[in-house]
Design a protein around this ligand. Structure first.
Ligand SMILES: Nc1ncnc2c1ncn2[C@@H]1O[C@H](COP(=O)(O)OP(=O)(O)OP(=O)(O)O)[C@@H](O)[C@H]1O
Ligand SMILES: [Mg+2]
Length: 477
């Protein structure tokens, strides 16, 4: 059935059909009224003719009784016949009119046409009698006058009643027109309110929920609707929200995973300065009095240097883990890459050599932590691509200026390379060729986002079996 399931489309169609039916009914009613008025106006000219004929009858009646001219009698009879013809031809139309005077005078239930025909026939007989009698007596004359008078009254009553009918029909048509306009206006307002409650309210709630989600609060939609379209919208929205939140969880876990990699690197990295500090401190402790002051100073400086190094490493970790706003600062590119390399140095296999080629003074304005994260993901991929290869490998990072405003960073490896089929997918979230549990496929997706955040570009060139080069181009400022 058409309306078994609740749906906005059906409700709107129903609304339109209801509106159309109302308009059709109103229009038909008004049209019928207009046709009726047209008919009655036509008929009014018949009544006028009837009234004129009756007046002629009365005129010849008067003349005949005054001058007794046979001509007048003939004309009188002609007009009587005319009046009868008019009545008989318009029998049903005359019946529609019912002057109240008829009910009072002739309350015997006969129709208007019958009463009128009977009255004229009676009058005709009286005139016929008057014609046959040479000397018309007063009683007959009186009878003729009385019936003639009744006839005039009837004709006038009919004319007035017809005028009333036309007037009433015009008033009722006017009323129907006003009523139709009111119904139409109310209907439009009703449909407007219906559409706003059915469509706009859920959309508003959707907007509110989206705003909540944009500000980090998760809210399910509270839309109370049984309409299919709104229910599907709600389901799609909830699916989307769940997807976003599950992605957020994955991104978080990916971050934790890379944090794990970093921590392993840190443990390794921090061990060196700590053992240097420890050695220097031990020498100082044991030989505090025997050493010359120059050597002591050098040992202390070494302790300070190594402490700085350890502190730097710790600071990088703190930077990386803190979730904070995007904030640009001037960074020396070579220093940034060196710091980043500390996290992965321990992962570089022995058959891989690392080359760094960045001019000392090359400075860019970037978000240090974020760019480091982006570089780390790319460098880790390069190392992964060379881990299982037996031949010698090279991981090379090059930095150079590109014109006055741009800086490029090239990270190349001599690893497995990427097949043409995969090349256009590697920046997609969750695309990975690594074993389950080894790669989430989010590394490059995140790197790409970070580079875009810096209004930079990232591109890749790769030859399967020979290696891959990622090129990042960033605005200096
Ligand atoms: N230097 C590279 N050499 C060869 N393949 C690469 C290289 N960099 C990326 N890839 C390919 O791109 C895919 C996606 O890389 P991405 O860093 O996004 O995810 P992943 O390394 O698989 O997982 P993770 O989320 O742990 O980084 C990798 O699985 C790999 O197939
Ligand atoms: Mg990766």
């Amino acid at each position: 059935m058409l309306f078994r399931e609740s749906s906005l489309r059906k409700k709107i169609i129903l609304g339109y059909i209801a509106g159309l039916v109302i308009i059709l009914i109103a229009a038909s009613f008004i049209l019928l009224n207009l046709v009726f008025i047209e008919e009655r106006i036509k008929f009014f000219s018949v009544i006028t003719r009837f009234v004129d004929t009756v007046l002629e009858i009365r005129r010849y009646e008067k003349n005949y009784f005054l001058y007794k001219q046979p001509d007048d009698l003939e004309r009188l009879q002609e007009y009587i016949d005319n009046a009868l013809v008019i009545l008989k031809r318009n029998y049903s139309n005359f019946d529609i009119i019912r002057p109240s005077s008829l009910d009072i005078k002739q309350g015997d239930g006969r129709s208007t046409s019958d009463i009128a025909i009977e009255m004229i026939t009676r009058y005709k007989i009286l005139i016929q009698t008057a014609k046959e009698e040479r000397d018309v007596d007063d009683a007959l004359q009186e009878e003729v006058r009385k019936t003639g008078h009744e006839l005039t009254e009837l004709a006038e009553d009919l004319s007035n009643s017809e005028r009333d009918i036309i007037k009433k029909t015009i008033v009722s048509t006017k009323r129907s027109l006003i009523l139709s306009l009111v119904v139409f206006f109310t209907g439009t307002v009703f449909i407007g309110i219906m559409v706003s409650t059915l469509v706009i309210r859920p959309l508003k709630e959707l907007e509110q929920s989206m705003n909540s989600i944009a500000s980090g609060r998760f809210e399910m939609l509270h839309i109370d609707s049984h309409d299919q379209e709104i229910i599907s919208l709600k389901k799609a929205f909830e699916r989307m929200v769940k997807e976003i939140f599950s992605q957020r969880d994955i991104i978080r876990s990916e971050k934790l995973k890379s944090l794990g990699t970093m921590l392993a690197g840190i443990a390794h990295e921090i061990n060196n300065p700590l053992s240097n500090i420890s050695t220097s401190a031990e020498i100082l402790e044991e030989e505090i009095n025997g050493l010359d002051s120059e050597f002591k100073k050098e040992l202390i400086q070494q302790i300070i240097r190594e402490t700085d190094r350890a502190r730097d490493i710790v600071r990088s970790v703190l930077d990386y883990t803190r979730d904070r706003e995007f904030r640009k600062e001037e960074v020396s590119l070579s220093e940034l890459i060196s710091r980043t390399m500390r996290f992965v140095k321990s992962d570089i296999p022995s058959h891989v050599t690392f080359h760094l080629d960045i001019p000392e003074g090359l400075v860019v304005r970037v978000d240090r932590q974020k760019l480091q994260h982006a570089l780390l993901n790319i460098i880790k991929n390069a190392i992964d691509a060379m881990s299982d290869i037996n031949r010698e490998g090279i991981l090379a990072i090059k930095g150079y200026e590109l014109g006055d405003t741009l800086v490029s960073i090239e990270i190349s490896d001599t690893g497995t390379g990427i097949s043409d089929d995969n090349l256009h997918k590697i920046f997609d979230p969750f695309f990975t060729t690594k074993d389950v549990g080894k790669g989430t496929g989010l590394g490059l997706f995140i790197s790409h986002n970070i580079i875009r955040q810096h209004r930079g570009e990232i591109s890749v060139k790769s030859t399967p079996g020979r290696g891959t080069t990622f090129t990042i181009t960033l605005p200096k400022e």
